[in-house]
Design a protein around this ligand. Structure first.
Ligand code: BG6
Length: 514
């Protein structure tokens, strides 16, 4: 179907009004801030979603003034008149994150900046975005608390929110410890744990697709669905994050957050409303229904791999152990594939296949719902099993959209039928050509609006870790049950063992070829 044929009919928008607030970014000279956060704020400003009295303050250790910080950002964002205008709202402060003096200066600096912006302190909220290694969270949050910067009026206005990037701990125990420490200073409603996958359009659209249509929910269960696959594949290796990645590994980096979050949204029950806690309660319930992995047969349901040298799009890639900063004997996994089951009425017996890996042939994230074959064919001599079952693909990236495969008759006098894919891409209906908003735009905006729906609650983090910590433990301590770290060549879809994981049940991964 040609892209131009997709059209909106009707439509309903919830009005989003910008609220005055000051956004403080710790780690402002770092990669995430320069590549994602500041550009996201710039786009929000261009779309009129930053209040005219809102200001942004970048904080980092590097001594710089506003002018040199703007010069640094120009290298990432480019040059434009609009950007210069935006820069009048963007300040920079440097200091030592552990020094109480820095927080006194910051507090005075924020008061001054807000005064100059004519922002009323009685209603101006503040966001503290910690875009830095989690080892620094406790120190910064403590200092913010000691200096009164996170203190909220009991009325909740003006509010004080803290955004935290993952990882939230490295296992169940460390996550609990971190959480307890943060809660000494902050209340749960002030903590915004970010998972940028939840800001991606297709992931958000899952809620609308499932709960604003009648046609999907009746078939969204074990009676009609054969299996569900979630893939998050990347072509990149560890990039410049060797230290972090080698001690984390892919299970912590991608499954504990992004993949389990997507799984929850695909499989959860219908929330009673779209209120944040209503949705978050259902996600938690879903996680609690995942069947714990049997340690003794772990290698039957979880495959891990590590890439060796190979080629992606014609370019040679080094093996993981040859990457700068990676120990030559590292056993850290760069690929994981798992099969899990959800023990509840809806999903009884349906396998969920999840996989993610670095240095795969394509960058793609998608959710594939494979329906069951029809029960009986009237199109003799074709048997029911000769017809490709329906498949619904939710493309999360790079081209957000959805595709539905149905059986259809080919035009003509003979009865020829085959699988027809109706492929919808969001980009085709963006009228202003502005491109898809980045996930961080949506998440930053939600934090300004005090909406925690797309942020992760502490109990969810805990449950995700309860599921994964025994696996990590087994991997670290019991080579026999844990199975090997299978090598796979860069530029392939992972080790053969990952194919066997599904093939055993006569299921095949959907590997994109173009
Ligand atoms: C991050 C992981 O959370 O997500 C990275 O730490 C990974 O290792 C990245 O590369 C992938 O995000 P995206 O949006 O590019 O799919």
């Amino acid at each position: 179907m040609a892209s131009g044929e997709y059209k909106w009919r009707g439509g309903f928008c919830l009005e989003v009004k910008p609220v005055p607030n000051t956004i403080v970014i710790f780690g402002a000279s770092g990669d995430l801030a320069c590549r994602k956060l500041i550009p996201a704020l710039f786009h929000l400003w261009k779309r009129g979603l930053l209040h005219e009295k809102s200001r942004i303050v970048g904080c980092a250790r590097t001594p710089m003034d506003d002018v040199s910080y703007h010069a640094l950002l120009r290298k990432w964002i480019g040059d434009s008149e609009e950007l210069e205008d935006f820069f009048t709202r963007l300040h920079y402060m440097h200091g030592d994150y552990s020094d109480p003096e820095f927080y006194r200066d910051l507090s005075a600096g924020l008061d001054k900046i807000e005064k100059e912006a004519d922002a009323d302190p009685a209603i101006t909220g503040r966001i503290f975005y910690l875009s830095m290694p989690s080892a620094l969270y406790e120190t910064i949050v403590n200092r913010l608390g000691e200096s009164g910067l996170t203190r909220e009026d009991p009325s909740g206005v003006p509010w004080r929110h803290v955004i935290l990037e993952k990882p939230f701990g490295r296992d169940l125990e460390s996550a609990r410890t971190l959480d307890a420490r943060l809660h000494k200073t902050l209340q749960e409603h002030q903590i915004y744990r970010i998972d940028h996958y939840l800001g991606k359009e297709t992931v958000q659209n899952l809620l609308v697709l499932r709960f604003a249509n009648t046609i999907f929910e009746p078939v969204w269960n074990a009676n009609y669905i054969d299996n569900i696959q979630i893939t998050v594949a990347e072509t990149v290796g560890v990039e410049h994050r060797a230290g972090y990645f080698d001690s984390a590994g892919l299970l912590r980096d991608m499954f504990q957050n992004h993949i389990l979050e997507m799984l929850s949204l695909v499989a959860m029950e219908i929330p009673s409303s779209s209120a944040a806690d209503s949705i978050r309660d259902e996600k938690l319930k879903l996680l609690k229904s995942i069947r714990p992995f049997d340690r003794k047969t772990l290698a039957d349901s979880i495959i891990r791999g590590q890439y060796t040298a190979g080629e992606i799009n014609g370019a040679p890639c080094p093996g993981y152990r040859e990457e700068p900063g990676i120990p030559s004997e590292s056993r850290t996994e760069t690929f994981v594939a798992m099969r899990l089951f959800i023990d509840n009425w809806r999903w009884r017996g349906v396998p969920f296949y999840l996989r993610s890996g670095k240095r795969m042939p394509r960058k793609t994230s998608n959710i594939v719902i494979n329906f069951k074959p029809i029960p009986h064919s009237i199109f003799s001599p074709l048997r029911a099993e000769d017809l490709t079952p329906n498949q619904l693909i939710l493309n999360v990236q790079p081209q957000e959209g959805l595709a539905l495969t149905i059986q259809a008759k080919q035009p003509g006098p003979k009865l020829c039928m085959g699988a027809l894919s109706m492929d919808f891409k969001y980009a085709s209906i963006l009228e202003d050509g502005s491109g898809m908003p980045d996930a961080y735009e949506r998440l930053l905006l939600d934090c300004m609006l005090g909406d925690q729906t797309l942020f992760i609650r502490n109990d969810t983090i805990e449950y995700a870790w309860s599921l994964l910590t025994p696996i990590l433990h087994e991997w670290e301590t019991n080579a026999e049950t844990a199975g090997p770290v299978y090598p796979y060549a860069a530029g392939t879809w992972g080790p053969k063992a990952a194919e066997d994981l599904t093939a055993r049940n006569n299921v095949f991964w959907r590997n994109e070829t173009n």
